[in-house]
Design a protein around this ligand. Structure first.
Ligand code: SAM
Length: 257
């Protein structure tokens, strides 16, 4: 967590203050092409956000649990489950420090949340609560794997996790004060206990810049996104510099002495 965890909680409580509990939830949980049947599995949704992913997991027949630092997000998720005639166990807290039992979950799933967590602490917590034959799936995670993006971002807003600028010239940084796109160095925290598969999502560079320059302008994102698609078409190998990645964590086999 941050030096001042209340900042992060307040930031997200404000975001999730109003919410339409009756909003239609469509589609399945994005398992990043992993062949996993959630029926009967104990599944933890890390950062329940709007609650939609909790509903998707419960609909797939999972025994669903959820955690979020924001009490509004947790309330929304609970109400959304009820509105969809489903059930689950939702708790407020830091995902990197939970009170779940050891070796408890078959699947731990999150979207756009890993880059919010304290990796040193979370690596230990993930290892503790995930079963030895379980899998943790994190989708649509922001990364700094594109050095040009990392350079531009850090020039505008500053380095590290704490004390960065919110605004420079016309550029605004969105998000809470602790989140930071994932770097290779962050993943080393997990490499002792886990095998990590890193899968780039669609190539996004100029579209990400558009998110900063034209916040909330979906039409502009789509327009600029075409440049990214064209670049990727010309040079397929640039996909490794995608902004978003999916990560699959499985536990390394323990060696008996
Ligand atoms: C970018 S949102 C993603 C939410 C949701 N997964 C989605 O895709 O809509 C980040 C989420 O992480 C939660 N969060 C931030 N730090 C957290 C922490 N340390 N522990 C648990 N949840 C956290 C926020 O409250 C928020 O719901």
């Amino acid at each position: 967590m941050t030096d001042n965890p209340r900042d992060v909680k307040e930031f997200w409580d404000e975001k999730y203050a109003s919410f339409n509990v009756n909003e239609e939830v469509e589609g399945d949980l994005d398992l990043a092409n992993q062949n996993i049947n959630l029926k009967g599995k104990r599944v933890l949704i890390v950062a329940v956000g709007t609650g939609k992913e909790v509903v998707k997991a419960a609909r797939a027949g999972a025994q669903v649990y959820g955690i979020d630092i924001s009490s509004n997000a947790v309330r929304n998720a609970q109400e959304m489950l009820i509105a969809n005639l489903l059930s689950g166990t939702m708790v407020v807290g830091d995902a990197a420090k939970t009170s779940f039992d050891t070796n408890f979950f078959d699947v731990i799933w999150g979207s756009s949340v890993l880059h919010h967590l304290d990796h040193e602490k979370y690596a230990k917590e993930l290892d503790r609560i995930l079963k030895d034959d379980g899998a943790a799936i994190f989708v649509d995670e922001a990364t700094f794997f594109n050095p040009l993006f990392k350079y531009t971002y850090e020039k505008l807003f500053g380095k590290g996790r704490v004390g960065r600028r919110r605004k420079r010239w016309i550029f605004k940084r969105r998000g809470d004060d602790f989140e930071k796109p994932i770097e290779e160095a962050d993943l080393t925290n997990y490499e002792g206990q886990f095998v990590i598969e890193s899968i780039p999502c669609k190539f996004m560079f100029f579209e990400k810049i558009a998110h900063v320059v034209f916040p909330g302008n979906g039409k502009m994102y789509a327009l600029v996104g075409r440049i990214d698609s064209f670049l990727h078409y010309l040079l397929p190998s640039i996909k490794k510099y995608s902004y978003e990645y999916n990560f699959i964590f499985t536990k390394k086999k323990k060696v008996d002495n």
